[in-house]
Design a protein around this ligand. Sequence first.
Ligand SMILES: C[S@@+](CC[C@H](N)C(=O)[O-])C[C@H]1O[C@@H](n2cnc3c(N)ncnc32)[C@H](O)[C@@H]1O
Length: 286
Amino acid sequence: MKRNPDRSPLITVLRWTSYLLPGDFLKTFFYLHCVAAPRRILHKLTSSFYRMDPLYQVLSEFKRDFNGPFSILEFGTASGYSSAKMLYATRYLHMEDDVVIHAFDSFQGLPPVPGKEDKGIVSSDWQEGQYRGDYERLCAYVESKGYKNHRIHKGYFEETLTPELLEEIKPTRPIFVWVDCDYYEGTRHLFEWLLPILPSGCVFYFDDFEFNYGSRLTGEARLVHEVNQGAFGDNVELMHDRSLSLDSDRVYRFMRLADDQVRYDRKPSPAWEGTPRPIGNGSPLP
Ligand SMILES: C[S@@+](CC[C@H](N)C(=O)[O-])C[C@H]1O[C@@H](n2cnc3c(N)ncnc32)[C@H](O)[C@@H]1O
């Protein structure tokens, strides 16, 4: 048999293995259990997304590269599961004095499905009242742990997202916007409100991006699509951050092309010394 020079050695090994497995049943069994399953496990081990990963990465990045103060905004808090983790992250990284965490929720659970943009086409619909939270319990938790860098805004976004609050938050540049209110309508509302004070580089996390397989027609994914189609101006964009998203489509960086003053205060980096790099400078890699 003439050897095809383009064939990968792996295909050759699989071909020889298949000669040893007579019949379609054995071949299929071998494929499912010895090829497909280990491949899926390896893939999961190396690239599965865990939603607290970007939290620590982003906090560390801003601690290293920029001067505070900063803010993290969580839209949809419910019983405070992720709020508690965010607070602990600021404590662990010694950033409690630099980062204020704002939590927004009605504590009434999800409103009725607002419109067809939030209907489950393949995903199931959320229920009215689902994820109802306990405001007093969350306040007591924050108090008991001694956190001073937390503010809870109780009420529907229509009531709490005021121009006055935006002005108050502005000096603490938002670095992380945690969107977990599930619906397109709420997501659009909060994005419109925040837009004037968003610095380029701010991270957006969309907890339910995969609703309806992440279709641009519905849910949080619809907002990302609309921003990138220019619905909020042709100078703003949400860039998918692959390194923070791993195997998900959930994490984005806000970008704006403008001479705006809404910027992070970057820490000084070493000035360029003015001498060109030597050729063949002993890099450890080819
Ligand atoms: C999935 S839960 C949040 C879960 C929470 N982030 C966690 O990880 O534990 C969604 C929350 O969004 C809140 N929510 C949805 N739309 C809202 C709106 N328009 N105004 C205020 N809260 C809203 C609901 O009350 C609900 O508690």
